[in-house]
Write a protein that binds this ligand. Structure first.
Ligand SMILES: [Zn+2]
Length: 551
């Protein structure tokens, strides 16, 4: 058999123990044909074979991004980005220019706002002073707060308030009108809807389907946003992704794109189980898993949120928040209910991925997975916990013992990449820093690791994430939690593939597996860790097709 394409003169790290290194790889029919020494692989060239000289650069299996929000990230690429901006002047100038560039948009939406952007809490009056006559809004970098001006609040119908579920709030002022501060999704959904993105937010918000079903024109708008997201991810070397919100609509859009030749990565999309659902909703999860199960699109898992985040003190803790005695927050599912749900999902042969940030949420989740295992017997379920920002030391060995994957985000620990140390470390409290954002300690005690970004919560750049993973300084008095270069690369490739039940297809460069690979613009083993984040991606290939090329 002759090769379609050969990459040679490379430093290949295969992530496969039986042949960890190679110089060249031959691809045919979207699969890896052979991998090994340059002379042996080059012999597979025919007259039509394309040959790419890697010039000593590193080639790795295509990156597996284990936790991201593709649809939201893609949509946000078209928004105004205000991360790093401070003060009224800078904000006014940014919105003014963005408004001029987009005269027809019903909402000017900004992303990445810092809570301390102004020297006081942001109100609608601040934003009115920037643009009084057009609806404008901006989202905090953690995506848990939106600030809107009066025009946006009025257009959204929430200037005089809104009934919202517990934990979601249109903050009201002394004048009986909304202040402009909107806390959590149900409070800001009406503002998001102004921008025409309500459909794309269902996957994270309610897990329900759009109704009525979007017509072709609406689907085209949505697909264009997903395509922008896919292109952005391909430029980071990503060839597989585990989406962490979703519904059938998300998968239907991706399937249309697959048929149109626009799908440039393999995507897993979960069924999102919310507290308002009962167990029969899992029929829909099973149907999605049955209807979407090929090499490119898959469901096969259920996503749940057990708690919120540390900064807003909605993460569920075993002990009181040190800066708010008496408050531990609460889990979004009680232990009893979660045990029942986890057991039923597991019984149906599906995987479970649970967002758990506080040590209380992590324990509730582990207990639920243990209950499922007790009820159904041990199977190759690979249930996973997303984030694990705080964990009680006694729970750590239970991850490995129960076969639970720790899905972790190197950009997340305060100080590691873009997030500031405070207020997060203050909320956790100094006495618990040693139990916070553990990586190596979890791995040493048997947990499987998968690394990710949680884009658009942080930058999706794998190279920046890698730099964060390899340069993160321990908090005072705490252990060094870095796992080293090879384990980091593993967590971004083979580790992620295993956590997604995709290890037979992606994550390693082995004959017969998918021709998904990434060429780093340099020798990853020779680049100083501090320089990894500014190192480019020379080439990305998915299924044997070039999805990004910068050489
Ligand atoms: Zn997420």
């Amino acid at each position: 058999m002759t090769a379609d394409l050969i990459l040679t003169n490379a430093r290949i790290l295969t992530m496969d123990a039986s042949q960890p290194r190679a110089e060249a790889v031959a691809l045919a029919g979207g699969r890896i044909l052979a991998i090994g020494a340059a002379a042996q692989i080059e012999a597979l060239a025919g007259p039509d074979t394309q040959v790419i000289d890697a010039k000593g650069r590193t080639i790795l299996p295509g990156f597996v991004e284990s936790h991201l929000h593709l649809v939201l990230g893609g949509a946000e690429l078209g928004h105004l980005h205000v991360a790093g901006l401070h003060g009224m002047e800078a904000l006014r100038e940014a919105f003014r220019r963005f408004g001029e560039a987009h005269p027809d948009r019903p909402l000017l939406m900004a992303q990445g706002a810092d809570y301390a952007m102004l020297d006081h809490p942001v109100t609608r009056h601040d934003l009115d002073a920037i643009l009084p006559d057009r609806p404008i809004a901006m989202t905090s970098h953690d995506h848990h707060t939106v600030w809107a001006n009066t025009a946006a609040l009025r257009a959204a119908g929430i200037l005089h308030g809104l009934d919202t579920p517990h934990g979601h709030e249109v903050v009201m002022g002394a004048d009986g009108m909304a202040t402009g501060e909107l806390l959590e999704f149900e409070a800001f959904a009406p503002v998001i809807a102004l921008g025409g993105e309500a459909r794309l937010n269902l996957g994270i918000a309610t897990g329900e389907e759009p109704s009525p079903w979007p017509d072709a024109a609406e689907r085209n708008l949505d697909k264009a946003k997903i395509e922008a997201g896919l292109r952005h991810c391909a430029a980071q070397g990503i060839t597989s992704m585990v989406n962490m919100d979703g519904n059938r609509y998300t998968l239907e859009l991706l399937r249309e794109m697959q048929a149109e030749g626009r799908l440039t990565a393999r995507v897993k999309v979960p069924f999102h189980f919310k507290p308002h659902m009962d167990l029969s909703a899992l029929d829909r999860a099973e149907a999605m898993s049955r209807d979407f199960d090929d090499d490119w699109l898959q469901c096969g898992f259920v996503k749940m949120f057990m708690d919120g985040v540390v900064d807003s003190r909605t993460a569920f803790m075993i002990n009181d928040y040190p800066d708010q005695p008496g408050h531990r927050s609460e889990p979004l599912f009680s232990q009893d209910i979660f045990n029942q749900i986890a057991t039923e999902i597991d019984r149906r042969g599906l995987q479970i991925a649970v967002h758990a940030i506080g040590d209380g949420a992590v324990r509730t989740t582990i207990d639920g997975f243990a209950a499922a295992q007790k009820a159904n017997g041990r199977r190759d379920s690979r249930h996973r916990i997303e984030h694990i920002e705080l964990i009680d030391a006694g729970d750590i060995p239970r991850l490995g013992a129960l076969g639970i994957t720790a899905s972790l985000q190197p950009p997340h620990p305060p100080g590691a990449m873009d997030f500031p140390l405070m207020p997060t470390l203050e909320r956790i409290g100094r006495a618990r820093w040693k139990d916070a954002y553990l990586w190596k300690t979890l791995a040493d005690q048997g947990a499987a690791l998968a690394f990710a970004s949680d884009w658009p919560v942080t930058d999706v750049s794998v190279m920046r994430g890698m730099q964060a993973a390899l340069t993160r300084a321990p908090y005072e008095g705490c252990a060094d939690e870095r796992v080293g270069l090879m384990a980091t690369l593993h967590a971004y490739t083979a580790g992620g593939a295993w956590a997604a039940h995709r290890e037979g297809l992606v994550g390693r460069l082995v004959p017969g597996m998918a021709a998904d690979l990434v060429m780093i613009d340099g020798d990853v083993e020779a680049i100083a860790p501090e320089a990894l984040g500014s190192t480019g991606i020379a080439l990305t290939m998915c299924g044997g097709r070039i999805t990004h090329q910068a050489i």
